[in-house]
Design a protein around this ligand. Structure first.
Ligand code: BGC
Length: 901
């Protein structure tokens, strides 16, 4: 068996990767005791020895993920082919894997030859950020999308064509009448003043001998359009008009090269797209589409003028996009269509989703069709848009006469319902479809159980992730905000990893987090940094440490830890400088505390802040030792001890009560290990008392919610965790679902029977943060977890916590080492647990039981260990130590009901 699943920098055969991001991964397929990687620099002669660039030789190692490239320098723009083989424990060597490739990014400054080009005057009437605007600042801030073209001749057959392209704004690149690639909203969002991402495409097949035309359409995007809630800026956060930068590198059979770059030889025109904005929507006048503009033979008319050129600044890095592309990932047909009294239709897609609507229409020349998008309907069945604040989410089309396909570009909406007006004739359901658009991140996890409500919760959480992972992890995809909030991201990060393979996505965003870091060392509230310019609040800024740690924990990726260690250290120093007494009470930024908790904000702000600081220090110590910085690790352990004792002295009473008595205070104190060991049990029982006092409801906001169920389970109160998870009345997850949620709401009380919708000033129905409970489904319900100190699922801890009304649950997680499966069932008085452990991984399997000594594996073997189940009085666990393969265990259930007492 030879290795499969070869990836470089978490991507399959990337066409541009930074040399310091070249890390190689594969799935060994069987037991790996050693590996050999070979990298060749000439694909044509692969695997000729003369082209061998790097050979690791046989390395004794079980690692198969994120092996850093450590050979001779890689050529900028170079193409490399690599392969790997493994040695198993018997010493036999596998066949070589199929080859994989990677290409190296251009030099971020010197590798580019062209200039930024754009259409002059296109945004002449933009509202100046601080100036007095006319009546509708939105309308005047919108401008037509420039179309740009360049004809060029190719004299001889091409062996390879690469297009490197980016925009300040958004681009869609075209060659000889065809769209290049299938990514949308490229190049993605970064702080364009510091770093601009570009994409690389293989365009060999699109080039031809003779005349060729390279084209692009540009739009404002995050660069020059609306994003966030700072209405004063009326768009234009980074610049006022979009610009293109492209470099087409053509290689011929004889080794000659030809380059086509963005320069004064291009022409531009405004055309069919009258405006296109991420928040506001778009207007397309299909009569103005210049047919054939991006193909050879097009007759250039008067509207086309020479482009405006601007030199590149040496201080802005042009870097290959390390993340996954945004794509259309699914098409959703209407679940229902209803007619509006005043004319028009409401289309229900049955799912709150990110993306847009595509229609087919046939009507007279000049007919205007309008599509508005919203998440919910009002009491009269009309589209409810108040909660979008100033975002308009409206696409308009002027029909050309005759059949037409209506689909917006360069915009994105968060919606379940679309209101369509002006549509000619009857709306046939077959003529309308919603396109789901987000960062195309592969699925990693699955979950299935005997209670349909939990399956529903699982889906809602994943849809919230899809709805918001769009170049950056946004808070919400619909209103005038859509920013990369750090607090939301850190609390959800582990759930995000279990659901989908976010390694590349977060690798990209962590550069945004680093770019946003302030001079003082403070991480910020949002990244890319926009509008909010101060230090990040506790639990928000701390994401700068927690997210890299989560990536290391889940993927075993130490490259990311090394890359950000300096930035993380500066953040730790920033907090310590401000708080020499080891209580974090200063430099709390906007201190959102336990944001959007139901009821009063009673958790002391410095309690939450200090708990997070201690947590940061603990994670820093773990990361430091993972990368061999033992002195730093010791330093952070010592720091943590000081903060922890400050925390205990200030907030923990001798009877285990934690100041304020909020559920969040207990969840933080216990999760972050700030309660002395002898008081843990008492503190946990106070937490349960607080939950009982709330009549078995949670009272946690964005922050506390992430730790509540894990803490309950680890302290022996899984029954209480289950009770919260299945609670139907407000506030609870199930309350949302019972009231129509198809994605996680921003607020527990987004809608209540008494008050209807919460204040439209802040009421999103697609905010993933409260979905951080997803982690509990994987780690506790299924029991797919790791031993302490393990990273990248090297040492599994498979310990399910059956409960609720479940008679079975099963699921999987595709780890960097292969697929892990776990499934359990209770039938009669027997509990059965089946697991699959990938190669090169060991697992400690814990089977909960009322009589653990009687639990057996499929071969009839007794457990290696019988112990009391952590924290659960009266319950035992039978522990087995297993290696790769499928294993089944069965024994007496832990109670008559099969659940925790
Ligand atoms: C965002 C949140 C964010 C919060 C900070 C809100 O406007 O939507 O998701 O974390 O502000 O308190």
């Amino acid at each position: 068996m030879s290795p499969t699943g070869l990836r470089c920098a978490h991507l399959v055969n990337p066409l541009a990767v930074a040399p310091d991001r070249v890390q190689l991964s594969w799935l060994p397929g069987g037991r790996q005791d050693g590996y050999q990687v070979q990298v060749f620099h000439n694909e044509r002669w692969f695997p000729a020895p003369e082209t061998l660039h790097w050979d690791t030789g046989l390395v004794g190692s079980v690692y198969s993920a994120d092996i850093p490239y450590d050979g001779p320098a890689l050529a900028r723009g170079g193409r490399y082919t690599w392969r790997v083989r493994i040695r198993d424990s018997t010493g036999s060597i596998s066949d070589w894997s199929d080859p994989a490739t990677f290409e190296v990014e251009l030099d971020p400054i010197g590798g580019w030859q062209g200039s930024w080009i754009g259409l002059d005057g296109v945004r002449a009437n933009v509202t100046p950020p601080t100036g007095a605007g006319p009546a509708d600042p939105v309308a005047t801030a919108l401008s037509p999308a420039p179309y740009l073209r360049r004809a060029f001749t190719v004299d001889k057959p091409v062996v390879s064509g690469r297009l490197y392209v980016t925009a300040l704004g958004l681009y869609e690149a075209r060659l000889n009448g065809r769209r290049i690639g299938d990514a949308c909203l490229t190049p993605g969002w970064t702080d364009y003043n510091q770093r601009v991402l570009y994409q690389a495409y293989d365009v060999t097949e699109l080039l031809r001998v003779g005349e060729n035309v390279l084209g692009a359409i540009l739009a404002d995007g995050w660069y020059a359009g609306f994003v966030g809630f700072d209405a004063k800026r009326a768009g234009a956060h980074y610049g006022t008009a979009p610009e293109l930068l492209a470099q087409l590198a053509i290689t011929f059979a004889d080794g000659d090269e030809q380059r086509v770059v963005t320069d004064q030889h291009w022409q531009a025109a405004a055309a069919a797209i009258r405006h296109a904005d991420l928040l506001m929507g778009s207007r397309t006048d299909l009569r103005l589409e210049p047919q054939g503009w991006d193909s050879p033979g097009f007759l250039v008319t008067d509207g086309w003028r020479p482009v405006r050129c601007r030199g590149r600044s040496a201080s802005v890095l042009l870097v290959a996009d390390p993340g996954p592309p945004i794509r259309v990932t699914e098409e959703t047909r209407p679940a229902g269509i209803s007619r509006l009294a005043g004319g028009g239709w409401i289309v229900d897609f049955g799912q709150n989703l990110p993306g847009w609507v595509r229609l087919r229409a046939d009507g007279p020349d000049g007919t205007v069709v309008r599509v508005r998008h919203g998440e919910v309907l009002d009491a009269d069945g009309g589209l409810y848009t108040e909660n979008l604040r100033t975002a308009r989410q409206t696409d308009e089309y002027v029909l050309p006469g005759g059949p037409a396909v209506l689909e917006p570009r360069f915009t994105q909406h968060g919606f379940r319902y679309a209101e369509i007006t002006g549509y000619p004739g009857d709306l046939d359901p077959a003529d309308v479809v919603a396109l789901v658009v987000h960062s195309d991140i592969p699925v990693a996890g699955s979950f299935d159980c005997s209670d349909s409500w939990l399956d529903q919760l699982f889906r809602i959480i994943d849809w919230g992730q899809r709805g918001n992972f769009i170049s950056v992890p946004t808070d919400c995809p619909q209103r005038d905000e859509r920013m990369g909030w750090l607090g939301d991201a850190q609390i959800f990060a582990r759930t995000a990893c279990y659901n989908r393979d976010v390694a590349a996505f977060f690798a990209k965003w962590l550069d945004d987090v680093a770019d946003a870091q302030l001079e003082s060392g403070a991480f910020t509230d949002v990244a890319p940094r926009l509008t909010l310019r101060g230090p990040g609040a506790p639990a928000w800024g701390d994401a700068g440490v927690i997210v890299p740690w989560t990536m290391w924990k889940m993927y075993g990726d130490t490259g990311l830890v090394r890359r950000h260690f300096g930035a993380m250290t500066r953040w730790m120093d920033f907090i310590e400088r401000a708080n020499p007494d080891y209580l974090r009470s200063r430099e709390l930024g906007n201190s959102y505390n336990d944001w959007l908790m139901p009821g009063a904000d009673d958790t002391p702000h410095e309690l939450l802040a200090t708990a997070y600081w201690a947590y940061d220090a603990a994670l820093m110590a773990e990361m430091a030792s993972a990368i061999g910085r033992t002195d730093d690790a010791a330093g952070y352990r010592a720091l943590r001890a000081k903060i922890a004792s400050g925390f205990t002295d200030t907030f923990v009473a001798p009877d285990g009560r934690i100041l304020s008595g909020t559920q969040t205070a207990y969840a933080l104190g216990l999760f972050m290990d700030l309660v002395p060991a002898e008081l843990r049990a008492a503190a946990a029982s106070h937490l349960v008392t607080a939950i009982r006092a709330a009549d078995w409801h949670l009272t946690t906001g964005f922050v506390g919610v992430g730790y509540l169920l894990p803490v309950l389970s680890s302290c022996g109160y899984s029954d209480v965790a289950w009770r919260l998870l299945t609670q139907r009345s407000f506030p609870s997850w199930r309350y949302m679902a019972d009231h129509g949620a198809t994605t996680i709401w921003e607020r527990w009380d987004g809608w209540t029977p008494g008050d209807g919708f919460q204040s439209p000033l802040m009421n999103s129905f697609n905010h993933y943060a409260l979905g951080s409970v997803g982690e509990w489904l994987y780690r506790y319900v299924l029991g797919i977890d790791q031993e302490d100190g393990s990273a990248g699922f090297a040492r599994l801890l498979l310990r399910p916590h059956p409960g609720g009304s479940l008679s079975w649950a099963r699921g999987s997680y595709r780890s960097v080492r292969g697929v892990i499966r776990a499934g359990w069932s209770v039938a009669g008085n027997r509990f059965t647990f089946q697991v699959e452990v990938p190669p090169n991984v060991t697992a400690s399997v814990s089977v909960p039981s009322g009589n653990a000594a009687e639990v057996r594996d499929a071969a009839g073997n007794a457990p290696a260990l019988v112990a009391s189940f952590p924290g659960e009085p009266g319950v035992q666990e039978a522990v087995f130590h297993v290696g790769a393969g499928v294993h089944e265990f069965s024994g007496p259930a832990m109670t008559a009901s099969g659940h925790f007492p």
